[in-house]
Design a protein around this ligand. Structure first.
Ligand code: G1P
Length: 297
């Protein structure tokens, strides 16, 4: 039986990089950070925060940039709205806005001053994370899963420790980070390599890194010395590949569906999927059928 001293250190913190410009969703992102664009009835980022909390995360570090202040405001209280809803006895709506208000002191915001890459964004959180394992969650990727994707990863982490990244099959590996699997035990994959944005014909597998990571703090020293890689950016994948030489690394093919909100059609797809999964699903399906039947008329 494993003694308490050998069990992996508890995962308490998550880093959410939200500094990107959202150029693939212009002009909407000229007015509003892409993380706040609605996916059905709530900002996209709310799904990711909910996923983190459902996995036991206690503190979230947002790596933001200029023009992203609205994200910090979204997670604050809205007194005028609360007072108005209270006066009108609107309990349901009060509960809905309560969802976005975290426990006081459980969120931090740090700025990435220049867009130098995902690896650099994660490195910007080093002082707040300190010397403990942490999750990275890319808010472009929404994972519809029960238990949540990060919760499934925490479960695996508690068994095998080390570093764990979520992966899944793709037809377009050149758009992502891709792993080289070594062996497989159910959904858990032992890895022997990974590469960022390989050429299609050189992709080592069809399993792409889908945007959820559990990492050990030793990654920070590697990120600090990381040279720019694909796209001339400091890539998290490159530092993870180096960390893999000295620490355990597993990939988990989680059970659920990923919605990539990286572009306009991706947002639309996510919005439709979450709407269909909501209590309004039947009405939404009827609307969609009607729209398709009358397309172009
Ligand atoms: C980033 C990561 C990549 C990962 C992808 C998932 O790429 O670098 O490894 O597969 O997110 O969305 P980006 O989308 O920032 O180009």
């Amino acid at each position: 039986m494993a003694s308490a001293s050998t069990s992996p250190r508890t995962l308490r913190k998550a880093v959410l990089p939200v500094a990107g410009f959202g150029t693939r969703v212009l002009p909407a992102t000229k007015a509003i950070p892409k993380e706040l664009l609605p996916v059905f009835d709530r900002p996209a980022i709310q799904y990711v925060v909910d996923e983190a909390l459902a996995a036991g995360i206690e503190h979230i570090v947002f790596v933001t940039g200029r023009n992203k202040g609205a994200i910090e405001d979204y997670f604050d209280r809205s007194y005028e709205l609360e007072v108005t809803l209270q006066a009108k006895n609107k309990a349901e709506q009060l509960a809905e806005i309560g969802l976005s208000v975290p426990v006081a002191g459980s969120m931090s915001f740090v700025r990435q001053q220049a867009a130098l890459g995902l690896g650099h964004a994660v490195w910007c959180a080093r002082d707040i994370i300190g010397d403990e394992p942490f999750a990275v969650m890319l808010p472009d990727m929404l994972m519809m899963a029960k238990p949540s994707c990060l919760a499934q990863m925490v479960d695996a982490y508690n068994k095998v420790g080390g570093n764990i990244i979520a992966v899944e099959p793709t037809d377009t590996p050149e758009r992502y980070g891709v792993i080289t699997p070594e062996s497989r035990d159910g959904r858990l994959i032992k890895m022997k390599g990974m590469v960022e944005k390989p050429k299609r014909e050189e992709a080592p597998s069809n399993l792409f890194i889908s945007g959820r990571y559990i990492l050990q703090p030793e990654i920070f020293a590697l990120l600090e010395s990381q040279r720019p890689g694909a796209g001339n950016e400091i890539q998290l994948t490159d530092s993870m590949a180096r960390l893999m030489n000295v620490q355990k690394f597993h990939a988990l093919e989680y059970e659920g569906t990923t919605y990539d909100c990286g572009d306009k059609v991706g947002y639309m797809r996510a919005s439709a999927a979450y709407a269909l999964a909501s209590e309004h699903g039947d009405d939404v399906a009827a609307v969609m059928r009607d729209l398709l039947a009358n397309r172009g008329k």
